[in-house]
Design a protein around this ligand. Structure first.
Ligand SMILES: Cc1cc2nc3c(=O)[nH]c(=O)nc-3n(C[C@H](O)[C@H](O)[C@H](O)COP(=O)(O)O)c2cc1C
Length: 290
């Protein structure tokens, strides 16, 4: 399992303090590039990257001594540095600490993450695979495209590449333990639906089955994959959405009925907490008010 594997990675503190100061962007990398497939993009379209990194850069400043820490959690560049904001921050440099530690930092702060419970089929159609992926979001609304990221080459990714199809089943609160069980690293020929005992129902537009108990199934065809370092981002064109009547209120999915789970840092999971409603403020109203 991704989380376990990453946690198993070393926790060595190897970061460097990069000093104090309020830099003004002198380390800016402002290149705009059009990368055309050099990072392993495959699929129906080419990936055109536009990279612009404004760089708020902290200046070289005064180097402070390093202090090793044994505490759990991401390896830290331990000397706090004072920035122009009147807060003390701890700086982390991805180049200087091990990737496992930086992974732990990212997954602890980019939270909460929705969970795509991804069902796929092997090329021979014999084995139905199911695995949670929390690096998951909407990539485009028109056409509707969703994306999930496989860290490493896992069965879900292999099946999508081989068949060009998958289903995103929304991970709902009552199924937390089942979802976690499907993250077990079963052998490739052992499908999680059977192993964990999860009921299927046929999809309408693709071959991989839906999770019968999941309130929402997004049936997808492969749009493109993008290789990025140790990971592959999978983009899926949503060709059909099937939503349980039970989660609809006045025709819209209702959060209190959907009860989506979220992935947090470490081995933590979250549920929906307090809700707050705010209407967007059109600029003309903003002007009147301020
Ligand atoms: C809640 C949760 C979220 C996860 N998110 C991801 C993810 O975004 N990407 C990933 O590669 N693995 C993720 N994993 C780990 C995979 O689910 C795990 O490696 C699984 O065995 C992959 O199954 P597969 O080989 O059948 O595709 C997650 C695990 C859990 C429990």
């Amino acid at each position: 399992m991704l989380v376990g594997a990453a946690e198993g990675a070393g926790r060595a503190v190897a970061g460097r303090c990069h000093g104090t100061g309020t830099g003004t962007g002198t380390d800016t990398n402002t290149g705009t590039g059009t990368g055309t497939g050099t990072e392993g993009c495959r699929g129906t379209e080419r990936f055109h990257g536009t990279g612009s990194h404004p760089g708020t850069g902290s200046g070289p400043g005064t180097r402070r001594p390093r202090v090793a820490r044994q505490a759990r959690g991401p390896a830290r560049v331990t000397a706090p540095t004072r920035h122009s904001l009147a807060v003390m921050r701890v700086d982390y440099s991805p180049g200087s600490i091990d990737p496992g530690s930086f992974y732990r930092l990212l997954t602890a702060v980019i939270v909460p993450r929705p969970i795509a419970w991804v069902s796929t089929l092997t090329a021979d159609g014999e084995t139905a695979n199911l695995a949670p992926h929390s690096f998951f979001t909407v990539a485009s609304t028109d056409p509707p495209v969703v994306q999930f990221t496989s860290v490493g080459r896992k069965d879900s990714l292999r099946n999508v590449e081989a068949t060009g199809e998958f289903v995103v089943n929304i991970a709902s609160e009552p199924f937390l333990d089942q979802i976690n069980e499907t993250a077990t690293d079963f052998p490739r020929d052992k499908g999680e639906f059977d192993a964990v005992g999860i009921g299927t129902e046929p999809s309408l537009r693709v071959k991989p089955p839906r999770v019968a108990s999941s309130p929402v199934a997004l049936e997808c065809t492969l749009h493109a994959t993008l290789g990025l370092g140790n990971s592959t981002v999978v983009f899926g064109r949503v060709v059909h959405a099937a939503v349980s009547e039970e989660v609809l209120v006045d025709g819209d999915p209702d959060i209190r009925r959907l009860r989506p789970l979220a992935r947090l840092g470490k081995n933590e999971w979250g549920t929906v907490g307090e809700l707050h409603e705010r209407a967007r403020i059109p600029y003309r109203d903003w002007e009147r008010r301020n």
